[in-house]
Design a protein around this ligand. Structure first.
Ligand code: UN1
Length: 496
């Protein structure tokens, strides 16, 4: 079947890249399936998109916030109607299984309902003035044009975490979707347009990081950047944005630990481990990539986990029997393969998997066998560095305190989890695990949109998506109204 060619969205028009260049979006489960052809954009396209966003900002910022929010409510309804179709297209471009891509679309729906409610809040604070007949208040103002760089692992949910709060607050946007998954951003934005979003309020520039992402970060017309991706790229983004003093929100890597205590419900922990480590083929920044096992349950847990991991059905995510889809591209397969070699060289014990899958249902794509390493020690690279694939490390410990110390010993701090029935330990872990997210008796994945999402250390730079995102997409303005009809001098006229 002939594939479809998509344009950039600039000021409401679908335009090819100025250079005429394109790239193909290919199904990672079946390389003969071309999902679409997208503009391979560069600085000239970014310039056009930023100009369109700037123009639209002049009127969008004046639309009352409750009216802006109504567009999001309508988009939520449309997304619900289109959920099945968008999920199928997302599985085709990204690979994860259909139940998960439906969850990804649902996360955008949840975000729309959550943040559209803010249209009638966006609360500021009024406070007494120190002077008579003077009124003091603080209001949230939009920031201006926001540049957004999105990852491929949550192709609709993560763009929605960025676009929706930015829009309700009155900003206009230029988004660069990941080159592996542009279609889901197109589907999301087309839905916003169908819900009534005016031209130019959201613009899409598709392409690669160095050619299309870097000019967006550096553009003087862009007031802030929201980025989700690797810590290595995030560091470049922050450094380049610093030259124009842009605020940057960074959501980056993780090396998320699940701690299983000796009193845990082991069957529950096992289910959680499989879902946390191999859901989304391990390609979540929240993926469970280290499982810390109390030594008294380690042998039993390990043998059960290995058996279950080896039995997972890997294949095309559109097949309802499949539990684990492909990795998104050959580069990710290369990274997983490289880390397997590193782990073996360090002395870790390969218990199952450890290689690409190239036969049967996996013959035409980029698949990797669910992989479990035992005998991992906390100092090994496989225990410290993000793989972003279906590879999990098992580490044994003797005491709860030691487990917390191991969990905290990495440079990342996104998500953590503890399986125990001991309420005292649960509360100690909630306090002492150095991470933006802690789960008790649940794996490290499964964040809900209305709680803060983000991490500490190398995972982030202090901003949060979900609860807290409006702090990034608005700027505070203090307003003083003096009704005294005379000059009143703060700090001076009322002083002793
Ligand atoms: C990610 O891990 O890259 O918490 C995002 C979760 C999802 C979002 C994950 N709701 O697992």
């Amino acid at each position: 079947m002939a594939h479809k060619t998509y344009g950039n969205l600039i000021g409401g028009q679908w335009l090819p890249a100025q250079s005429g260049k394109t790239f193909l979006n290919i199904n990672p489960a079946d390389h003969s399936d071309i999902v679409g052809e997208f503009p391979d954009s560069a600085a000239a396209d970014v310039d056009l998109a930023v100009a369109a966003a700037k123009k639209a900002y002049a009127t969008w910022r004046l639309v009352p916030a409750p009216k802006r929010a109504e567009i999001l409510f309508r988009a939520a309804l449309l997304l619900s109607e289109r959920k099945e179709q968008f999920a199928r297209e997302m599985t085709r471009e990204m690979g994860k299984v259909l139940t998960e891509t439906k969850g990804d679309v649902q996360e955008a729906i949840d975000e729309a309902y959550y943040v559209a409610g803010e249209g009638r809040r966006l609360f500021g604070i009024t406070t007494p003035s120190e002077l008579e007949n003077k009124f003091a208040m603080s209001v949230r103002m939009p920031v201006g044009v926001i540049g957004m760089i999105a990852p491929w692992n949550f192709p609709m949910a993560i763009p929605s975490w960025k676009l929706f709060p930015a829009l309700v607050a009155g900003n206009t946007c230029v988004i660069k979707p990941a080159e592996d998954t542009p279609l889901s951003t197109y589907n999301l934005v087309q839905t916003l347009i169908d819900a009534g979003l005016p031209p130019g309020v959201v613009n899409i520039v598709s392409g690669y990081g160095p050619e299309a992402g870097a000019p967006l970060v550096e553009h003087p017309g862009v007031r802030a950047i929201s980025f989700t991706g690797s810590s290595a790229t995030g560091s470049l983004v922050a450094q380049r944005a610093a030259a124009t003093f842009k605020p940057v929100s960074l959501e980056m890597g993780g090396k998320n630990a699940m701690i299983v205590m000796d009193d845990a419900n082991l069957e529950l922990a096992l289910e959680g481990a499989l879902w946390g480590a191999f859901g989304t083929t391990g390609q979540r920044c929240t993926a469970t990539s280290r499982i810390l096992l109390h030594k008294s349950i380690a042998a039993e847990f390990t043998s059960k986990l290995v058996a279950r991991a080896a039995a997972l059905r890997v294949g095309n995510g559109l097949d309802p029997a499949v539990e684990v889809g492909p990795q998104v591209n050959a580069q990710q397969i290369a990274t997983s393969t490289e880390y397997v070699a590193i782990a073996i060289a360090e002395g870790a014990k390969l218990l199952t998997g450890g290689h690409p899958l190239t036969d049967g249902p996996c013959a035409n794509g980029t698949f990797f066998a669910p992989t479990v390493f035992g005998g991992v020690t906390p100092t090994m690279r496989i225990a410290r560095e993000e793989v972003f694939g279906p590879v999990v490390s098992l580490i044994e410990f003797s005491t709860f305190e030691e487990a917390i110390e191991i969990a905290n010993s990495v440079e990342y701090g996104l998500s953590t989890s503890l399986y125990t029935k001991d309420v005292n330990r649960a509360f100690t872990a909630m306090r002492d695990l150095e991470a933006g997210i802690t789960y008790i008796n649940a794996p490290t994945i499964g964040a809900e949109v209305h709680l803060p999402f983000g991490g500490v250390k190398k995972t982030g730079n202090g901003h949060r998506e979900g609860l807290g995102s409006l702090d990034f997409y608005t700027t505070w303005k203090a307003v003083y109204v003096d009704s005294s009809d005379k000059l009143q001098r703060a700090q001076i006229d009322n002083a002793e």
